[in-house]
Design a protein around this ligand. Structure first.
Ligand SMILES: [Zn+2]
Length: 291
């Protein structure tokens, strides 16, 4: 299944949902950053959460998430645009932890359960706005849910999952269900009952179901109407060689010349996508002459 995201609403007006599959972009991130299993599971969940929140919180611009916990993984940063692009990294990509007591990758211990989740909404015009909540568990889904409940005051359910084998990311995705003002106790009971029986999100994905079918399965008993077509998703970074060169141009020419003479080149690595940019000696001397 290609990576994609879909928004839907229940015809009784009690809930809305956004659901995404992110297997390929999570694998792309794993390969780019040489992630350990634990780090790949954590970043896969965070990328999925970024995708889902960008669909809920932004019409344009982007939504950025920063998980700053007390675990060994360090900070986890992701930004996503409602147009379907997302990128991200973890501070310590080679941290590996034993599986937790449920047999899952221990994302909660890797990120840490003490710390903060910062969510910055940049509408694409005017000032970005940042909200901060304490981490609930470091497991990503619960932290994002904590943020939504705190900021929205609406009930929500957040599920994000990354299934890995020794070959890499086999399935990744997730969903957010938000209760609308017309919901009743029965709405909540029905969702909770469905959630307890549907197994894991990635399990449904591996059965070859479409996004709409997975959503319909999770929301059995509700009539679901898609609000959009499935929008494609991919890992895309904003960096470029041109941007790297522009950043060098800001330096005083004496510094550029000494870089050329002493190091023979300038190199910079993009934190978000791990792409390496090089400017050779000749290029540096040209820049120094221009500035
Ligand atoms: Zn980049």
């Amino acid at each position: 299944m290609k990576d994609g995201v879909l928004k839907a609403i229940s015809s009784d007006g009690t809930l809305r949902a956004v659901i995404a599959t992110t297997t390929h972009l999570s694998e792309d991130a794993r390969l780019r950053h040489n992630l350990s299993f634990t780090a790949a599971a954590a970043l896969g969940r965070a990328l999925t959460a970024g995708v889902l929140l960008s669909q809920i919180l932004a019409k344009d611009g982007q939504v950025a998430l920063k998980f700053q916990g007390n675990g060994p993984l360090g900070k986890v940063m992701v930004d996503a645009s409602p147009r379907g692009t997302v990128r991200g990294f973890v501070e310590h990509p080679d941290i590996e932890l034993p599986l937790n007591s449920l047999g899952n990758f221990d994302v909660g211990s890797a990120i840490g359960s003490t710390g903060y989740l910062h969510v910055t909404i940049d509408p694409g015009f005017g000032q970005p706005h940042t909200s901060t909540v304490e981490l609930a568990s470091g497991e990503v889904g619960e932290d994002v849910n904590h943020f939504l409940v705190n900021s929205d005051q609406t009930g929500s359910l957040v599920v994000v999952g990354t299934h890995l084998s020794k070959n890499g990311v086999e399935a990744a995705g997730g969903l957010i269900i938000q209760l609308l003002p017309d919901h009743t106790e029965e709405t909540i009971c029905r969702i909770e009952n469905n959630i307890s029986t549907f197994g894991t999100f990635t399990f449904l994905m591996k059965r070859g179901m479409t996004l709409e079918e997975i959503l319909q399965r999770i929301l059995t008993g509700f009539e679901i109407t898609p609000l959009t077509d499935v929008k494609p998703l991919s890992f895309v970074c904003k960096c470029s060689r041109e941007r790297f060169v522009e950043a060098l141009k800001v330096l005083p020419s004496s510094e550029i010349i000494s870089m050329a003479e002493e190091d023979g080149q300038a190199e910079g690595r993009c934190q978000f996508c791990n792409e390496l940019y090089l400017v050779e000696k000749e290029g540096l001397l040209d820049l120094a002459r221009e500035s």
